[in-house]
Ligand binder design. Sequence first.
Ligand SMILES: Nc1ncnc2c1ncn2[C@@H]1O[C@H](COP(=O)(O)OP(=O)(O)OP(=O)(O)O)[C@@H](O)[C@H]1O
Ligand SMILES: [Mg+2]
Length: 297
Amino acid sequence: MSLRDILKKAGLSDEVINKVEELKIEDVVQMTEEELSKKLSISRKDARKIIDSLMEGRIGFKTALDVMKSPETRISTGVRSIDNILKGGIKIGSITELYGKAGTGKSQFCFQMSVIATDLGKVIYIDTERGFSPSRLSDISTRFEKDPSIVLSKILVFRPDSINGLRASIRSARELARKGEVSLVVVDSLLSIFRSEYVGLEMLAERQRQLSLVLKILREISNMGTTVMFTNHVIGRISESFEDLAAGGYIVGHFPDLVLWIRKGSGSTRILKIVDSSELPEAEAVFVITKGGLEDI
Ligand SMILES: Nc1ncnc2c1ncn2[C@@H]1O[C@H](COP(=O)(O)OP(=O)(O)OP(=O)(O)O)[C@@H](O)[C@H]1O
Ligand SMILES: [Mg+2]
């Protein structure tokens, strides 16, 4: 489909399409809604339509990855045993779900990835549970021989306390990712706000609808080459012999590119398991959590 066809399909007028054709696509997809509407003297609504349809079509799309000119395709986790099963780390531009019981180390994992990802660009940490800990980030930075104040200056923390707030945070993340400056977006955790705002079975359909809107934006962010990670809690087990189940139902279950489950092992160890991946086999890695973050045993 040509550019004109894509924009026509999005409902844009010939007049607006002519204006878009005068610009370079690579430039358009890096612009915010506001910048584009000013540049072309068009409404914000039309600017939004242009950006969304170009992103969906992904024509001539320049990813954050190109912009950062990173030769790497994966971000190391800083733990050899985990990198081994992940064939080098978390794939750049992918979406990872990390689930497990309370205290298993999901947030610590996100902190560590945030510290490591500051090498590639800014990090956006959407903290819905007030769990973000600058002092932990600082200790982890020191372990990786990075200056904590530089690391912390590259991490933007959003603390939404409603679904509207969460959506606004994720939209802002998308705007910044569009500029090619963001290496990692973390949502820790994704479901807690939905579960507290939509209580009861009769709210389930609306909850899943709102959730899928948020997931759609996360997918757009990852399509720009920005890596996305989110954490998830587990729902009650039917019996001890069953493994933990991640919350959110099938909408979340089939959405990520990689699903990791963390559980406690013997002593202070933790076991990370690849539960679902389009390219990696099921496998487990053992690690411990120390002052410096996640480490090999
Ligand atoms: N400074 C530290 N030194 C060693 N271990 C630590 C340190 N700080 C935290 N931990 C470990 O990390 C665990 C908490 O991990 P984390 O907060 O990542 O859990 P979580 O999976 O995010 O839980 P929740 O579901 O409640 O958010 C603690 O139980 C402890 O074992
Ligand atoms: Mg946590």
